[in-house]
Design a protein around this ligand. Structure first.
Ligand SMILES: [Zn+2]
Ligand SMILES: [Zn+2]
Length: 134
């Protein structure tokens, strides 16, 4: 199936790819205006909805209820340190096999998944130990 994207959808997708982080629809609206590619907020929302259903944009909803959008990246996971914020990429995907199994058992086409690990990195755990010793 060949999807025909609108120009708004292309612009938003290109923007999300270049930003490389998750942003709100409002951020996208402002960023497009800065790039002189202005479009109405309603158009931004419509385009994001279409891109989401196409599987090229993912959305994460914060506790505040705000939705953050980002382009779907390659299958890459990270260990994130809660203290210094270091983000360490891990080579393998622990759920790759599970994903294929779920697709089969549930007849569900999976576009992407998210998986993040949080804790304390090696460097920070050394610092913490030293503090306690004093
Ligand atoms: Zn750390
Ligand atoms: Zn993965």
């Amino acid at each position: 199936m060949k999807l025909q994207r609108t120009r708004s959808q292309e612009r938003i997708l290109n923007l999300l790819k270049s930003l490389n982080r998750a942003v709100s629809a409002q951020d996208i609206y402002v960023e497009l205006r800065n790039r002189e590619q202005s479009m109405g907020l309603a158009t931004v929302y419509r385009a994001l909805e279409a891109l989401k259903l196409e599987g090229v944009v993912q959305v994460r909803t914060l506790a505040s209820g705000e939705s953050l959008y980002s382009s779907v990246q390659r299958d890459q996971h990270h260990l994130t340190c809660l203290n210094c914020g270091a983000s360490i990429a891990i080579d393998e995907c622990p759920v790759h096999q599970l994903e294929s199994e779920l697709q089969d058992s549930h007849q569900f086409r999976i576009y992407y998944h998210t998986l993040e690990f949080f804790g304390i990195c090696d460097r920070c755990s050394v610092v913490t130990t030293t503090d306690e010793a004093e």
